[in-house]
Design a protein around this ligand. Structure first.
Ligand SMILES: Nc1ncnc2c1ncn2[C@@H]1O[C@H](COP(=O)(O)OP(=O)(O)OP(=O)(O)O)[C@@H](O)[C@H]1O
Length: 435
């Protein structure tokens, strides 16, 4: 039987009894540009050979590295208590935007500004205030579902008691329907553990169980069946209702999933072509001349008719004898859509939010990691020990290596009492530590 909204809301209300509300965070960005320099990867030797073959084949020296603009001076605002979907074709810059806003970009050039509740934010503060659930989650294969959820809580919430950890872990596990596999190992390609869907839900449970003001997710429904996908997005909606800012990249959502989002951001070619209420998207594009047919999923309409060339545009391209390719014509269309967006009423609403952030500034305590580094070190050592003892193959290999090293040491230092004692001692100590 399918779960209803009421069923899930009951569990989320239960959550709010035990979990303190995170401080609300409004994340604003203005004229954000992210670019990388792309270098020509052809080696000098290959260049010489190719030059012999064709003088015109290689680009001129000055073209060897060029700037690639991934996000092109975009402006926007994500609000607490709202669930936002970022949609767009593959390679349009969705993940890059999430990476920038969660402080995870280490290469390339970033221009423009990002604020958290009106306070200028850098990658350090963005990283501390937000959580990021990536497409390829990283979890230790030798730990169980319950252990990774508990580990996430211990690692991020300071001074929490064993009982509180249990309560929080139980809530996250029950809400994400992970009860049946809570004691199953995560597993990897060699030792099979939980399924792909369970893995995705576990990574959300890890973030749900801790307090964070902003939650970023990169395609949380990819690889999931329809029922689980709807369940996951409903949960994200309820998480947002507790005051968190939830932003998720979503790929080709069904209309049921699309309707669960409050706001939609459409990105193409690194430019924003729409940023606003989900309910106003169809009307906005109809005002630009793109009519969504009756009984059509708005998300499908956006991908086929708006962000790609539709039948009418392909015919117009032929009629105009356009000299470039379809891709060039599409870029012209996207540029036009991005320009139209910047003169729309909805854009003024976003700009107003960016220019006048309404929330109080976040306290300094929001920007510091709450768990002491010494405690984090202890937790990591504990996890590494567990990992070593559970991974039988690696453990046996390490034991064999140590025995072999000690045998070699024994042979090297056997009957070596003719040499200076301190040299022998230092030498054996060195080998002992290394092995
Ligand atoms: N560090 C980088 N160096 C070079 N190119 C990059 C870098 N980061 C991103 N890109 C390029 O920028 C573009 C946008 O990448 P991004 O991963 O943000 O796209 P996306 O919209 O998330 O795509 P998908 O839906 O396929 O995951 C792509 O063409 C990608 O190859």
């Amino acid at each position: 039987m399918e779960k209803t909204d009421a069923h899930i809301s009951l569990e989320v209300q239960k959550n709010s009894l035990t979990k303190p509300k995170p401080s609300p965070a409004q994340i604003n960005f203005k004229d954000l540009e992210y670019s990388v320099t792309i270098k020509n990867a052809i080696s000098n030797d290959s260049k010489k050979t190719l030059k012999k073959l064709s003088k015109n084949f290689l680009p001129n020296k000055k073209d060897e590295s060029k700037k690639k603009i991934i996000l092109d001076r975009i402006t926007g605002s994500f609000m607490p208590g709202r669930l936002t979907a970022i949609m767009g074709p593959s390679g349009s810059g969705k993940t890059s935007l999430l990476n920038l806003l969660s402080g995870r970009v280490s290469s390339g050039k970033v221009e423009g500004s990002i604020w958290l509740n009106g306070r200028k934010a850098d990658s350090g503060s963005l990283g501390l205030v937000s959580r990021f659930i990536s497409q390829d989650d990283v979890m230790m294969s030798t730990m169980t579902v319950r252990e990774v959820v508990e580990m996430a809580i211990k690692f991020r919430v300071d001074g929490i008691t064993r009982d509180e950890i249990n309560v929080r872990a139980n809530e996250a596990i029950n809400t994400l329907e992970l009860e049946k596999c809570q004691n199953t190992l995560i597993g990897d390609t060699i030792a099979k553990g939980i399924s792909g869907g369970e893995r995705k839900r576990t990574s959300i449970a890890m973030e749900m169980a801790t307090d964070s003001s902003i939650l970023f997710l990169d395609e949380p429904t990819s690889g999931l069946d329809m029922y689980t996908s709807i369940l996951v997005v409903k949960l994200l909606r309820f998480i947002s209702r507790s005051g968190q800012t939830v932003v998720s990249v979503i790929h080709q959502p069904s209309s049921d999933i699309f309707n669960l989002f409050d706001d939609i951001v459409l990105i193409s070619e690194g430019k924003i072509v729409y940023f606003g209420a989900q309910k106003k998207l169809v009307d906005y594009f109809s005002s630009l001349g793109f009519q969504c047919p009756n009984y059509t999923n708005p998300a499908d309409f956006v991908f086929t008719d708006v962000l790609n060339l539709n039948e009418a545009e392909l015919e117009r391209m032929k009629a105009e004898n356009f000299s470039g390719s379809k891709a060039d014509y599409k870029i012209l269309k996207i540029n036009h859509l991005a320009e139209s967006w910047k003169v729309s009423e909805q854009y003024d609403v976003i700009k107003e939010r960016v220019d006048n952030p309404r929330l109080e500034q976040l306290n300094d305590s929001n920007f510091t990691s709450s768990v002491f580094p010494s405690r984090q070190f202890f937790l990591l050592c504990n996890r590494a020990l567990k990992d070593t003892f559970r991974n039988e193959l690696v453990l046996k290999a390490r034991l064999a290596q140590s025995i072999a090293m000690y045998l070699i040491m024994g042979i090297v230092f056997y009957k070596s009492n003719t040499k200076s004692t301190s040299t022998n001692f230092e030498g054996s100590l060195f080998f002992g530590i290394v092995s």
